[in-house]
Design a protein around this ligand. Sequence first.
Ligand SMILES: Nc1ncnc2c1ncn2[C@@H]1O[C@H](COP(=O)(O)OP(=O)(O)OP(=O)(O)O)[C@@H](O)[C@H]1O
Length: 526
Amino acid sequence: MKKYILKHKGLNILLLTIIIVIATMQTSASLLIIPLTSALKSGESLKFFKLIVVLGLLYLIWIIANFFKIILQANITQIQINDIRNDILVNISNMDYQEFHSRKAEDYVSWITNDMNMIETEVFDNYYIIIECIIEIILTLFAFAQLNLIVLSSVFVLGTIMAIVPNIYNKKMKKAVSKISEENEEFTFISNNYLTGFDLLFHNGRTLVIITRIRKVYEKLKKAKINQSKVQASMMASVLSLNVFAQLSTLSFTGYYIIQGSLALGAFMTVSNLSSTFYNNIQSMISAYSRAKANGNILDKYPVVERDDLGISKDFDNIISSKNLTFKYNDKSTITYPSFTFSKGKKYALIGSSGSGKSTLFKLLIGDLRKYQGNLNFDNDSYSELDVSSLHNNISIVDQSSHIFSDTVRNNLTLGLEFTDQEIREATDKAQITDYIESLENGYETILKDTGDLSGGQAQRISLARALLFNRNIFLIDEGTSSLDKENARKVEDTILKMKDKTVIMITHHLREESKKDFDEVIELS
Ligand SMILES: Nc1ncnc2c1ncn2[C@@H]1O[C@H](COP(=O)(O)OP(=O)(O)OP(=O)(O)O)[C@@H](O)[C@H]1O
């Protein structure tokens, strides 16, 4: 957290300055009560009204400073929150396939939404409250020093006790907060899981399951939040008792010195103001500190992932080959592959019964799964030593999950890379999707919302067009035409299989007899 505050030192120092101005105005206003009371007592009306004007000016500065403080604090907090979000996104984008899939997408969403809201309100806001309180505490101590050194010492001792005692609740508070975070994650996960399954439940007349299942998790979340408020309440009860005791003691001391004649009567109002400011600030500081501390470790849970670019990076030259290749997901399922060789420019059909390992082989070939046994080589280099990004630069993959991003058709095709209109048009022509795109209101600039905006076949053709546009050396196609009608599937497959220099490896469940001749080799997995 410190790192993010230090990154914006300048802005934070400016905020600190404004907070100092606010606290100074407040303390000065309290101190002004002594001369005001004296002026009243001695009947000096001119002096009294002059002091009232000064008091008014102090409050005016206080109001203006507060105005700027609120705006600046909101700005800095949002800048810092976005810095954290950015770092989380950088780490996510650096993850490899397995690391990314070791969590659910909802967890990542929860990191950059729920967690950031929590950091904003529970950490940054509390940090600024702590700073404000410390400044006000120092200034009130300074003001007490102007009045009476014994009152100052007593206030100092009582304030210290008040600040130390509630620390006994820190552990409990931390546990309660981490339970809330845990329940929040489960709540997001279960809500997402059941709400995305709406269609299935709807068609089975069981949408009530959404309520019962999600209610279970929000009841758990409620319990965790109530538990935290109980810890908070116990802590505040002891802090409030100490606060009342300390204020009464300070007023008693002051009363004693006024009766003794060593303090003016006006000092009573001032001490009353100062001591309530002093102890209330200690109270707010304790509460803010315990909340900030309990939530401050939240950043530790995000993995720091450096981009792994140390492997061999190369262009596909000749062959992908395997020997004695096996892959284990766990002890129960081991997939054994026959030896194979994929040569440059040749076309391969990969067939096999369900569960024979076709999709797993694709994940091995694209480098998603790295912990295989046996040999898997890209030219003469072992897959395990290759830089995954060099594989991505050489292989285009089209699978059944044709994800559509909430963006224009063009950006869905290019993924932000530069291509000419002609190149894009050629790719969409080959994927048989140009007519559909041109029938949209804004053609290639039409904004698609998500996969739901297109039919399965249209989304699949967008995927195919992207693969053709990226024009890598190898095409891995996993049932890439499964959602297309027969005629369009035939046309697209023809185009792909006729690309001379491209190596094509196509998983297919329904390889027609007459299509077998289009492939150089049909590899059957069992
Ligand atoms: N993430 C996973 N965790 C554990 N086992 C898995 C996982 N993914 C696949 N498997 C297992 O690995 C085996 C091969 O699965 P794979 O998806 O590669 O088969 P497939 O030939 O593509 O099947 P299909 O034709 O049905 O899509 C299966 O027994 C499957 O249960």
